[in-house]
Design a protein around this ligand. Structure first.
Ligand code: SD4
Length: 332
C-alpha cells in the first residue's frame, strides 16, 4: 500500500518539477519522506561503539558522523574526549603512571583502507590517538615509540603537557608503600577506550587509546597499540577492539581473531565469545584478570563479551546513546 502511494506521489512530483508549482514542490518533499519510510530502517549505521561507559566520547563521535564526516574522524574525535578527561585514570592525561611514576601512553588507529598508525610508550602528549593518525598519514612507518614518538608529535605541533595529575600522583605514592603489582579488574568501571565506528557510507574505522596497566614496569607496552591485538579493522568484514590485561590479548591476537571469525560467518557476539574462550583455555588462573572485547560487522551488528562481570560498553546507534552491561564467561 505504502509503496503504491509512493509511486503515485513520485509521478506527481515529477510533474511538479516540470510545472514548477510550489504545491508540487511540497509533494516532492512528502515523497522523499515516504521513500525514507519505505527504505529499511535500522540499517545499523552510522553507529559508534566503545568500551566502557564513555557517553561523552560516543556522543562526540556521533556528532562528527552526523556532520557527514568519516568514521576515521569520528573515532579520533571520540577518543580525544577521554584522553583530555583528567578524571579518567586509564587514558590520556590523569592516567595512572608506571611503577617509576611516568605516565606513558599507547594508542593506535585504523582506517577503511586497512592503514594503521600507532604510538607506544609516548610521554608528555595529551592526544596519542591524533599522533597515531599522523604516523599513519604523514610518515612511511606504522609505529613510533618513546622519545622518537614524542619528538615526532612536537614536530607536528603537539604541545608538551604534564600528564601526571595530583590524584594519579597520590595514588602512585600510595601504591609505592607496598609496590605490589597486581592487575586491577574493571578499574573504576572505566578503562582503555577502544572505539569502532561506521559512517554513513558504511565504511568502518577504529581507534584504541590507553595509559596501559597501572604501575606497569617501565618500558612495558600492552595490546592497545598493536595491530590485531588491541584493534583490527577490515572494511570488508568488520572491526574489533579490546580492553583488559593486554598480555593475554597479545598472546591470542584477539582483535584479528575476532575479525577473522566474522569473516568465516560468525556473528560479532559469537566471535567475541570465542576469542574470550581462547584466553580461558590457556589460563586456568583466568579468575585474576579481566579481558573484554567489542566487535561490529559490516551491517552494524555488534557483539561484546568479557571474562568477568563488570565490563560495560557504550553504543550510539539509531539516535540512542546507551550504556550496556556486557555478558561474561565467569558466572561463578
Ligand atoms: C593494556 N589493555 O595496556 C590495556 C589496558 C587496559 O585494563 O585495558 N587495562 O594492557
Amino acid at each position: 500500500m505504502k509503496r503504491r502511494k509512493f509511486i503515485q506521489n513520485a509521478s506527481l512530483s515529477t510533474f511538479g518539477i516540470a510545472v514548477g508549482s510550489s504545491v508540487f514542490a511540497s509533494e516532492i518533499k512528502k515523497s522523499i519522506s515516504e521513500v525514507n519510510e519505505i527504505l529499511p530502517k535500522n540499517a545499523g549505521y552510522p553507529m559508534v561503539i566503545a568500551t566502557w561507559n564513555v557517553n561523552d566520547s560516543t556522543a562526540e563521535a556521533w556528532r562528527v558522523l552526523q556532520e557527514g564526516k568519516s568514521a576515521l574522524d569520528a573515532v579520533e574525535k571520540g577518543c580525544m574526549i577521554e584522553e583530555a578527561n583528567a578524571e579518567g585514570q586509564s587514558v590520556g592525561i590523569g592516567g595512572l603512571p608506571d611503577r617509576d611514576g611516568n605516565v606513558t601512553l599507547d594508542a593506535c588507529i585504523m582506517n577503511k583502507e586497512g592503514d594503521y598508525g600507532a604510538v607506544v610508550y609516548l610521554q608528555n602528549i595529551m592526544h596519542p590517538i591524533s599522533v597515531a593518525r599522523k604516523v599513519m598519514e604523514d610518515t612511511t612507518h606504522v609505529i613510533l615509540a618513546g622519545k622518537g614518538a614524542e619528538q615526532f608529535a612536537i614536530s607536528e605541533g603537539f604541545e608538551k603537557t604534564n600528564l601526571l595529575t595530583e590524584a594519579s600522583k597520590k595514588a602512585w605514592e600510595e601504591w609505592k608503600k607496598t609496590s605490589k603489582y597486581k592487575p586491577i579488574i574493571n578499574i573504576e568501571n572505566h578503562d582503555t577506550i577502544g572505539m569502532l565506528a561506521i559512517d554513513k557510507n558504511g565504511d568502518i574505522s577504529g581507534g584504541c587509546t590507553t595509559s596501559g596497566l597501572a604501575y606497569k614496569m617501565a618500558g612495558r607496552v600492552g595490546d592497545s597499540p598493536i595491530i590485531g591485538s588491541g584493534l583490527f579493522i577490515d572494511n570488508q568484514v568488520g572491526g574489533a577492539t579490546a580492553t583488559g590485561l593486554g598480555e593475554e590479548v597479545l598472546k591470542t591476537v584477539g582483535s584479528f581473531l575476532i575479525v577473522e571469525l566474522m569473516r568465516q560467518g560468525k556473528t560479532p557476539q559469537e566471535a567475541c565469545e570465542e576469542a574470550i574462550g581462547r584466553i580461558i583455555k590457556k589460563n586456568p588462573d583466568f579468575k585474576d584478570f579481566q579481558v573484554g572485547y567489542i566487535a561490529v560487522n559490516k551491517k552494524g551488528e555488534t557483539g561484546y563479551y568479557s571474562i568477568h562481570d563488570g565490563f560495560w560498553i557504550t553504543k550510539y546507534q539509531n539516535e540512542k546513546n546507551e550504556n550496556i552491561p556486557s555478558s561474561f564467561y565467569d558466572k561463578k
